[in-house]
Write a protein that binds this ligand. Structure first.
Ligand SMILES: Cc1cc2nc3c(=O)[nH]c(=O)nc-3n(C[C@H](O)[C@H](O)[C@H](O)COP(=O)(O)O)c2cc1C
Length: 330
């Protein structure tokens, strides 16, 4: 019986289990990846980073995007772009920064990305896609994986054909597969049977993404697809405990104290990352995930999600915890 807890090897890299943190744009920085790691993720993937951004970037941008914490290894850095030479240079920078793997984004459906010929647009330009994957390997000297989708629209299988070429011609070490078409963006039911087909067709590991929002769905999709591993994305937002439950390290939901401590940890790390002022702004994206989990009243939620500064967020958390303690004592 296959288990998410089984160790495995990806391109010679030993991974302790089958759980991977998915790439999440604007979110998957070093401290989010470190959080997933602390809670059990076997491999973490960075938010997508522009190869052109690295190529032209100033030192601060490069440092921010390529920052890797010593405790988050093994870590894969995801790059996107449409030019093989630029990708070669960017992949070299990623290797220099200490990444263990390079992942290439060939699945992003966002217009801003596709109109440049990157992301999911590469599904329809297989020669370029293969050249980019080869260049990433040459530039970095690291194993390269590619994350892609089945195609642009239902019925389109360009991504399945491309996956095979990437393995055969560019030596790609694994395919991360999100079996929703680009036109579906992140909605609709992922086609796990198609994922199973890809698993059977390729002789490299397939990592499954899509619809992995709860313990049951993850277990079921892992089983049905036969994938080597699964990537947790939206299911992990403000919910690193999902990793622990899937690994059998706990079977309950976190209480208010645990959730508050986790968010305080996140605030502290974010301040370390980008400074107190910018953290106050950036974290407003994170608060609703935790507010949801804390089961707050509307007023309690409001105070946290609109906290203008990190100091205000900490005060809101103190109040939330005090209220929960008082309710327990009553
Ligand atoms: C906010 C957000 C940001 C994302 N950013 C990326 C990204 O940078 N690179 C990528 O390959 N996929 C990205 N994705 C797609 C996810 O990695 C994942 O494939 C998708 O959310 C499906 O999984 P889920 O249904 O379990 O959330 C993103 C998804 C979301 C919701």
């Amino acid at each position: 019986m296959r288990s998410l807890r089984d160790p495995w090897t990806l391109a010679g890299i030993e991974l302790p289990n089958r759980l991977v943190l998915a790439p999440l744009a604007g979110i998957g920085n070093w401290f989010v990846r470190l959080q997933a790691k602390r809670h059990g993720a076997g491999l973490v993937v960075s938010e997508m980073v522009s190869s052109f951004g690295l190529h032209h970037g100033n030192e601060r941008t490069v440092e921010q995007f390529l920052r890797i914490h010593p405790d988050e290894h093994p870590v894969s850095m995801q790059l996107f772009g449409h030019d093989a030479d630029v990708m070669r240079g960017a992949a070299a920078m990623v290797a220099e920064a200490g990444a263990d793997l390079v992942d290439l984004n060939m699945g992003c459906p966002v217009r801003k990305v596709c109109k440049t010929g990157a992301g999911a647009a590469l599904l329809d330009d297989p020669d370029k896609a293969v050249a980019i994957a080869k260049a990433a390997g040459e530039g970095s000297g690291l194993p390269v994986t590619v994350k892609l989708r089945p195609g642009q629209r239902p019925g389109d299988r360009a991504g399945v054909d491309l996956a095979r070429r990437l393995v055969d011609e560019a030596g790609v070490a694994a395919i991360a597969f999100h079996p929703r078409h680009a036109s579906q963006q992140h909605k609709g039911r992922p086609d796990y049977d198609l994922a199973r087909e890809l698993v059977d067709a390729l002789d490299v590991p397939v990592i499954l993404s899509g619809g992995l929002l709860s313990d049951e769905r993850v277990e079921d999709a892992f089983e049905r697809s036969g994938a080597a591993a699964v990537m947790l994305a939206r299911g992990s937002l403000g919910n690193p405990w999902l990793f622990e439950r899937l690994l059998g390290r706990r079977d309950d939901e976190p209480d208010v104290g645990e959730i508050a401590a986790e968010l305080r940890w996140t605030i502290d790390r974010c301040e370390e990352h980008i400074g107190v002022q910018r953290a106050g702004h950036y974290l407003r994206k994170f608060y609703p995930w935790y507010a949801e989990r804390l089961g707050l009243t509307r007023a309690g939620k409001q105070e946290l999600v609109t906290a203008p500064t990190t100091a205000d967020a900490r005060v809101a958390l103190d109040r939330i915890e005090a209220a929960a303690t008082a309710a327990d004592a009553a």
